[in-house]
Write a protein that binds this ligand. Structure first.
Ligand code: PA5
Length: 440
């Protein structure tokens, strides 16, 4: 199981900017008690590791018959699948089939380029939407639906839906057109859904056994309710991040994995943390980062800029490849000293040195330690961060599963695009556009 090192947020290590261990212990217990109240049905994501995966595997086998696999979805319906692909099958499209494209943002040119590359006759399109009503996803679905039909292809051979078990537009179309459809359990919401068929089908499609993802996640689920701080790093992390905000006013969480394969995990975590906690004036701002690259870009700010951040490292013990740096140029010290070491040694030493430099400057930082990157540890880290975020929400006293703040923008889009029932919003948009603007 992955581990958490929280030494560098303790007062013993960084003085008064840190936290007392007794406070962390107390808060950890409180986090677990709050979770144990099971106030929200959406906590069902904790049970996802126990689901049956036969149907996912069955459809996964079908996906492998296609040359292209196109995923349409956004937010929680796209970021998780992307992490699975980039962490477990890097450079996938250059090496394997089916070639996978994940289209989330509604950038018109991106879609144009994807449809120029894929041959629709050899493409399976996975439309992922829990609600079945997200404009971005439905717009791209409509475009692809029309293209498939224009080419006289059978829709039930080229589409598979991943959606709510009972409700929504996609569920309705699935039964009307006999489109194969996977279920996102009723109580599981978008950003906590990666371990449902949302992420599992993509895993199977790229040749990753989804059972291993679930096996790893299960180890975390089993510990989520433990009151023993030594067994519950999720509760400890939630408490540290919460208290460093409340008591020390550190309002920015820099998420800093040391592996290219975890770059998109930063984006996934940022959505999870921001959308779950940013409510009622509460929450902290997640900041996606990557080591060692950002040591040459952001570290200066973290070391000497405003005292408003906490750094959350994610280190990887074994990177799975031991490229030794050759011993050359013995008379040039700047090159000589690298010889005989490996790239793994270098990246891990850089992580350690950065953590230590922050510690020497008394900057709070924490570290999640992954032994290696594989399906099991990726399952663990997903569940680890999901449980941590849900607990943090409960400590803040906000509902970590809703997103009321995004509704207004959606309604105004509906109004502007002429959706029935949103005429008032449509008028508001028109009035907004009539206002005097200061544009130079
Ligand atoms: O976490 C969430 O609920 C959201 O970010 C959703 O994932 C996102 O809005 C997409 O929603 P849907 O899956 O219903 O299309």
């Amino acid at each position: 199981m992955l581990r958490l090192d929280f030494s560098n947020v303790l007062q013993e290590e960084i003085g008064e900017r840190g936290l007392k261990i007794s406070e962390i212990e107390e808060c950890t217990k409180r986090a677990v008690s709050l979770l144990s109240e099971k106030k929200y049905d959406e906590l069902d994501f904790i049970n996802l590791p126990y689901q049956q995966v036969e149907k996912v595997k069955q459809i996964g086998e079908r996906v492998k018959e296609y040359e292209y696999f196109l995923v349409l979805g956004i937010g929680g319906s796209a970021l998780g699948p992307r992490v699975i692909m980039e962490s477990l099958s890097p450079f996938h499209n250059l090496k394997k089939t089916p070639k996978v494209f994940i289209y989330d943002n509604v950038d018109p040119l991106t879609l144009k380029q994807i449809v120029e590359i894929v041959d629709l006759k050899k493409t399976l399109i996975n439309v992922i939407s829990k609600s079945g009503s997200t404009s971005e996803t439905l717009a791209s679905f409509l475009i692809l639906w029309r293209m498939v039909r224009d080419r006289k292809l059978r829709v039930n051979e080229h589409f598979v839906f991943t959606t709510d078990p009972e409700k929504g537009n996609l569920r309705r179309l699935a039964s009307e057109y006999e489109i194969p459809a996977l279920e996102i359990p009723r109580n599981v919401v978008g950003r906590y859904s990666v371990l449902s068929p949302v992420g599992l089908l993509l895993a199977e499609a790229i040749g990753v056994d989804s059972s291993y993802l679930l096996e790893g996640a299960r180890e975390v689920s089993e510990k989520a309710f433990s009151k023993n701080i030594g067994e519950n790093p999720m509760a400890c992390l939630a408490s540290c991040l919460y208290m460093i905000d409340i008591l020390r006013e550190r309002k920015i969480v820099v998420f800093l994995p040391y592996s290219d394969r975890l770059k998109t995990l930063s984006e996934w975590f940022c959505q999870l943390w921001a959308e779950s906690l940013g409510k009622d004036g509460k929450g902290t701002t997640p900041y996606p980062s990557i080591g060692t690259t950002d040591q040459h870009s952001q570290l200066q700010l973290w070391m000497e800029g405003p005292e408003d951040k906490v750094i959350l490292f994610l280190s990887v013990d074994r990177h799975g490849f031991q490229e030794e740096i050759p011993e050359e140029f013995h008379d040039i010290e700047g090159l000589r000293f690298l010889g005989g070491h490996t790239l793994e040694e270098l990246i891990n030493t850089e992580q350690l040195a950065t953590e230590m430099a922050l510690w020497m400057n008394k900057k709070p930082n924490l570290k999640i330690i992954l032994p290696q990157i594989d399906a099991s540890t990726i399952g663990q880290i997903f569940q680890f961060l999901q449980v941590t975020t849900a607990m943090a929400g409960m400590l803040y006293g906000v509902n970590p599963f809703n997103q009321p703040g995004v509704e207004l923008g959606k309604r105004l889009t509906y109004g502007a695009m002429g959706k029935r029932g949103f005429e008032t919003e449509g008028e508001e948009v028109k009035n907004y556009l009539k206002r005097n603007r200061f544009i130079i």
